[in-house]
Design a protein around this ligand. Sequence first.
Ligand SMILES: [Zn+2]
Length: 589
Amino acid sequence: MVTGNHRRQSVVEPRLKTLHKLLVTGTFAIIFALANSSTATAQKSKVQPADTVLLNAKVYTENTQHAWAHAVAIRGEKIVAVGEDADIEKLRGQGTKVIEAGGKLVLPGFVDCHIHFLEGSISLGQANLEGAKNPSDIQRILREYAEKHPGHGWILGGGWNYAMFGEENLPHKKYLDGLFPDRPVFLVGYDGHTSWANSKALSLAGIDKDTPNPPNGAIVRDPKTGEATGALKESAGSLVGKLAPKPTREEKLAALRAGMRWANENGLTRVHSAGGDFEAFDLYDELRRRGDLTLRMYIAYFLDPPELRPRDLAAIEAARKKYTGDWLSAGVVKTMIDGVVESHTAAMLEPYSDDPSTKGKLFWDLDKYRAAVAELDKRGLQLFTHAIGDYAVRTALDAYENAEKVNHTRDRRPRIEHIETVTAADIPRFGKLGVIASMQPLHAYPDEDTLRVWAGNVGPDRASRAWAWNSIAKAGGHLAFGSDWNVVTLNPWEGLQMAVTRQTREGKPEGGWLPQQRITLAQAVEGYTLGAAYAGRREKTEGSIEPGKLADLIIVSQNIFEIDPHEIAKTKVVETIVGGRVVFQAKAK
Ligand SMILES: [Zn+2]
């Protein structure tokens, strides 16, 4: 990275050398011309102009020393000054681009700390069932999708949730078979943990009454006939999913471009990938080489149980060596130690309230998980552990505590992803152990799926500590926010509103769901900016609007600090700047 100072030296020094050479040869006319230009350089270097100045803004810097400013100057990829309009005006030269913010709010670029970017990007071109209320809504969306995508090919999509099926809580092939008797349909649930196939797709996969359940998965069967219903839990989904046509390299690149546009349009400047992108590193690298990346990517290696193998380590280390820049980097490992509450696959300390026969179970053997964590920690790698049940959360905390002890390491910032339930005793351990709580506010969205299915499964005691972001923060824990796109929308404005209201868009329930877990807007913004940068070990170069940091910032349509919190989700991004370059600009109305 070229800072202002370095650049000045590198320009002036060679010129002096040339001057010396010319003096020796005695070519007067040229000396005169050079002397003039060198004086000009010297004058300019007193106040070297910025490449871009952003004026007349309300800049929320996320810098505790100077929380607010009015203007920002950018040179190259970095912020060089933050202050009042008059100060920044001084850095305006002939070639300086001026962005007049019209008094609008400017924030550090937002980070999504938990995303499945390639998958989400591909889903932009598939059937999206998000927002459907019931099976007939779903059928309408699928019918429309099929009209736009005619033929006999697969219908792929996702975004359905358990509550859409009423008391049944699970999808069924009967809703698909009438519409699509000959066309295979495969629809992944919003949480990615349960899939839904029609009879055509089941038969292509050879699934019948006698097909055994795969490890860590279940083919849901009719209790009377034993026939597969079309609902496939966890790994059983891939029995069908693996048959679906895979996008080509060009299709993936096109999807990633569309995904980046969508992310920039929502104000994101960096994402932390929690799975599905490591295998696509070369695609991201191709985009980077062409200068087409408009979103910074921190990409985790997805480590599957049952153990950490030498070939996992080889892949992790090779990527860490190869991808080290501000745009594309590795050095982080994601693993899952349990599933989700809705399908009783999240690992609990006590049995589920609606089904006392099960507590869920860990996906890993306890000792193997602990050993893997210790080994990865020893190597200085960061860890993301998916843990949703209170037993899984405790297991991850224990493993991180053990790793620090045996390796004598500090400030590794291991993370737990999701943390939907947690015991009261484990809440202070986040702060004490320096474990980052990576949470997704919209997962706590208090709709029927959450209040009836989720809360019914865990029961009232565990539900009283559901998504306990305020308790964790109050006890000194660091929060990092994200979406888990395409589980829910990557729109962080909806996430912000949820974090501060704990209500649906319609303001339900009145008073908020567990209002004691609300946080302030400043805390929520931090979770998407400086807290997120800290959670990705980049707070020294990103996360706030300060001189020396990367120029990643956004201009937004309304001052979220001055409005009714129920209006935050309506915020629109006007302009997104990444590394000093405008990567998104809203169309003027
Ligand atoms: Zn995820």
